[in-house]
Structures are given as C-alpha cells and as structure tokens.
Design a protein around this ligand. Sequence first.
Ligand code: HEC
Length: 269
Amino acid sequence: MGNIFKKLGIGLVVGGALILVGHWQELPIPFQVLFFIVALIGAIVFILLDAQPIGTMSGGKSLFAVIAFWILLVTVCVAGASLLPQFDPEDERAKIDKLLGKERAASQKGKAEELIARAKALDEQVKVLEERLKGLGSGQSVATAPTPSAGEKPAAAAGTGVGDFMKVGEEQWQLQECYNCHKLRGEGGKKRGPELDNIGSLLTVEEIQQKIYDPKSFMAEGYEKEYQKGIMPNKFKDLMEPKEMQALAAWLGTFKNTSVNTPKPIKKS
Ligand code: HEC
C-alpha cells in the first residue's frame, strides 16, 4: 500500500512539474492536461510493475479474467480519449467560414461591380465606334480613313506611316471623348471647352501634348469671362499611352483654321 502512495505521489509531482513547464512555454491547456495524464499513466505502470502477483488461474476462470481485463482496458481507453479535446473538421470549417465569410462576400460584390464597370466601359466604346462609323458614312473622316487603293499595304501595317500616326490621333480624340467639351470641325462641344480648330497656329505639338498631359500647364486666355476654366480633366496621362498622346497632339497640331476663334493658351507652369 505504501508503495502505491509513494509512486502515485511521484506521478502527481512530475505531472504538476510538467504542467508548470507547459504553462511557462505557453502551450495550450489541453497539452498541459495531456502531460499530466501521461505522468499519471507512468505512475500506474510503475505501480503495476511492483504489484503482488495474482494467483494462477485456469479454465473458465482464467478466460473470464482475460475478457474482464480486456473490457476494462478498452473502457478506460475509450472513456479517457473521449474526455480529451476532440478535433471535428466540421467545427473547424464553421469557424473558417465565419472568419472568411465576410471577406468572401465583399470580394464577390467587388467582382460583380468590376464586371459591371467593364461592361459599361465597353458599351461606351461601342457607342464611340458607332459615332465614328456614322462619321465615315457621311464622308466626314473619309480623307483620313485608310484607302485600300492598288498596291497599298493592308491596314495590318498600322502605326508605321505618318497617315497611320494621324489616324491614331483622331482615334484618341474620339476614344477619350475630347469632343464632349471641345468643338472641332464644327462637331461636338456643349461649349464647355474652346473650339480647337486653330490650336495648331497657337501651340506647338509639344505644347499641345503638355496641355493634355497636364491640363493646368496652359490656360486659355480670357476664357473665364464666358466659360468655366480649369475643368479639363487631369486623367488623360493615365488613359493614354505616350505614343497615343503624341499622335493626338500631332493630329491637333494640323488644325490651323484662323477663321475660328480658338482662345490663346497661356503657359502656367
Ligand atoms: C470636361 C471638359 C473637357 C474635356 C473632356 C477636355 N477638355 Fe480640353 N479644355 C477644356 C477647357 C474648359 C479648356 C479651356 C480652359 C483651360 O485651358 O483649362 C480646355 C483647353 C484645352 C486646350 C487649350 C485650348 C486653348 O485654346 O487654350 C487644348 C489643346 C485641349 N483642351 C485639348 C483637349 C484634348 C485633346 C482633350 C481630350 C483628350 C480635352 N481637351 C478634353 C475642357 C475639356
């Protein structure tokens, strides 16, 4: 009996020490408990090693003893294991869903919004192209449209010749919707920005480019008397490739119709 208490005592002390170490190492509580249990199991094993040998059994009695011992072991193992913290994948899934649910919903909403925005942008582009086709139909832009005359290379070589460069410029005028504010060749406007038909006489191509790149760099002289100044959007440098902006400026530079009263741009910065 003394032997049992002594070994149980040692087991408790070792288990307590293990809990302290686990606590100090900031291990989760279930691990600390597990260490304690292992220490106690160790103590039990040592107690059993020193236990009095039981009397020899035979026949049905021995069979009964083996089965009873087996049932006891299985019961202890199952009961003990079920007391320990269980890992339940469904539980973990629920937790993860809870954590990620909000973000997932947000990102799905974001995706939908992005798709809508893209669809809108495409729709705008289609409208612009339709406008341009109408223009071509009425003979407006025919002069700059590629003429598939004999011997000429097909449009696949676009972007090489001067004519193609000018075409890119005119395209940008339509795509960037400069016509929303500026009248050119008698088209567009709404009187928000000046008519640009004489801009080529007032600014060099580089200066026009600078105005588009940074609309605050030049300001139309006296424009504020009649209209609002400084509303030209500062976004084209983000929307156009440098090449495209260059082409647009070069194309605008060809407009030198002195009968149109384009206000004089004054350099600001
Ligand atoms: C929201 C209206 C608006 C849009 C869009 C706009 N502009 Fe302007 N732009 C103005 C206004 C207003 C002025 C005159 C006041 C100023 O200089 O800021 C101006 C001035 C200019 C000038 C100088 C004209 C002068 O006589 O001083 C040029 C060149 C010009 N814009 C080119 C463009 C080009 C090219 C685009 C398209 C890429 C464009 N603008 C788009 C409103 C606009």
